[in-house]
Design a protein. Structure first.
Length: 138
């Protein structure tokens, strides 16, 4: 069964356009140092889809990426405690979905994006996924 997630990146560090340019081989989603977020990475499976969220600048969901490699040791972690996954660009949202609009939409006001704003990797339930896709005009 496919699961749905949201992953955050500051666009000056790694943007949706850079993700797209990474092409078919995708890019390693690494550098996560929060244990709850890392546990979410461990739960990701090949074929899962993730909203790509630009944090700090923009504060909006801008696209979708596909998990193409299950969790593996994060090479940027010298102590080998944290993991990374490999993700590939799937599509951009026709209309970015802002945090402000998510907060205003009652059906999705329960999301960790609002309740745990510092969490960089979080699950998204299927109903909320569909609502956000509709908001993003995809």
């Amino acid at each position: 069964m496919k699961n749905y997630w949201l992953i955050k990146s500051e666009p000056y560090v790694w943007s949706i356009d850079q993700q797209k340019k990474a092409g078919h081989k995708g890019a390693t989603w690494d550098g996560v140092r929060n244990y709850q977020a890392a546990n979410n990475l461990r739960k990701m499976k090949i074929g899962d889809e993730c909203f790509f969220y630009h944090s700090n600048e923009g504060k909006e969901i801008v696209g979708i990426v596909l998990v193409i490699k299950n969790a593996f040791v994060d090479k940027t972690d010298k102590k080998k405690r944290f993991v990374a996954v490999q993700v590939r660009f799937k599509k951009k949202l026709k209309t970015p979905v802002t945090l402000e609009n998510i907060k205003k939409t009652k059906q999705i006001s329960h999301l960790p994006l609002i309740k745990q704003s510092r969490l960089s990797v979080m699950p998204i339930d299927f109903k909320s996924w569909k609502i956000i896709c509709k908001m993003g005009k995809i």
